[in-house]
Every structure is written in structure tokens, then in C-alpha cells.
Design a protein around this ligand. Structure first.
Ligand code: FES
Ligand code: FES
Length: 157
């Protein structure tokens, strides 16, 4: 079986794994990128969200064959990705998490949105957040962090 080749956070990787392996397992178990969380495993909670060629995807629901030759970005990219760093800082400043399990996936979705649209409307913001579950009910803090990230992006532009 040939290896699956793709890039993660700008680094080329080759994995000797079944092409049907969910991306979240490859990220966490083979590549040590534990910031991508495993929640429901059924594509329903958003905890495992990563960007694939800039689009938010649930990595529990994405087989490795689907990312062959593509660029995957995980939350660990905050050190090099300007927009993700701004989103992360906004989450810190708003203390936008209780347990934090949902936060990494939400930050990835927001980073994907803000990369395409630096000034989203409130409905656009809430539409992105709607795809994520937060069992700790930190929704209002998360929404404040999302707004803060938008404002910070405007100032930095
Ligand atoms: S773990 Fe992937 S959507 Fe819940
Ligand atoms: S902060 Fe705990 S699930 Fe969202």
C-alpha cells in the first residue's frame, strides 16, 4: 500500500496507513498533534475541526484519502498563521472556554472564516459557531471572542 502524502502546517508528511483512516487519528496518534480533539466521532460536535486547503472540515469524518496532496492546518499552526494567532489571542483575552475541549475546533472554524472574509456579519459569525457544540455553555464568551478577533483583524489590517 503506498503512503498517503499531504502537508500539515506547512510540513510535508507521508503516512503508511489505511487510506480510510480518519484524519483525526492520523493527526493525533501518528503526528502527535493533540490539539485536534476527538469528541463525538460522528461529525456532529466540531471538536475535531481542521482546515483543509483553507476550508473547515471535521477530521473525524474525513478519511486520509480525501486529503491526499492537500494542505491541512491544525490549531498548532497559531505560531505561524497570523489570523489563527489573532483568534487565539481573542479567546485568551475573553477567557472563552470552560473546559476548553471545544475551543480548538471553534478557533479553526473562525480562522477559516476570517481568512476568507475579514469583516463577517453577525449572522455569518453565528452560522460558523452553530456548527460547534459546547457542553460547558461558554457560548456567550465564545461569541465575544469571535467579535474581538474580528475587531483585532480590522485594526491590524
Ligand atoms: S469529533 Fe468530529 S465532529 Fe465531533
Ligand atoms: S468550554 Fe467545555 S465544551 Fe466548550
Amino acid at each position: 500500500m503506498p503512503p498517503v502524502k499531504f502537508s500539515v502546517n506547512g510540513r510535508a508528511v507521508e503516512l503508511q496507513a489505511s487510506p480510510d483512516t480518519p484524519l483525526v487519528y492520523a493527526l493525533r496518534n501518528d503526528l502527535g498533534l493533540a490539539g485536534t480533539r476527538f469528541g463525538c466521532g460522528t461529525g456532529a460536535c466540531g471538536a475535531c475541526t481542521v482546515l483543509v486547503d483553507g476550508n473547515a472540515l471535521q477530521s473525524c469524518d474525513t478519511p486520509l484519502w480525501a486529503v491526499e496532496g492537500r494542505n491541512v492546518m491544525t490549531v498548532e499552526a497559531w505560531e505561524t498563521d497570523r489570523i489563527l494567532a489573532i483568534v487565539r489571542q481573542a479567546f485568551i483575552e475573553e477567557q472563552a472556554a470552560q473546559c476548553g475541549y471545544c475551543a480548538d475546533g471553534i478557533m479553526m472554524s473562525l480562522a477559516g472564516l476570517l481568512s476568507r472574509n475579514s469583516a463577517p456579519t453577525e449572522p455569518e459569525l453565528t452560522a460558523v459557531l452553530d456548527r460547534h457544540l459546547c457542553r460547558c455553555a461558554a457560548h456567550m464568551r465564545i461569541l465575544r471572542a469571535a467579535r474581538r478577533a474580528c475587531n483585532a483583524l480590522q485594526v491590524a489590517a
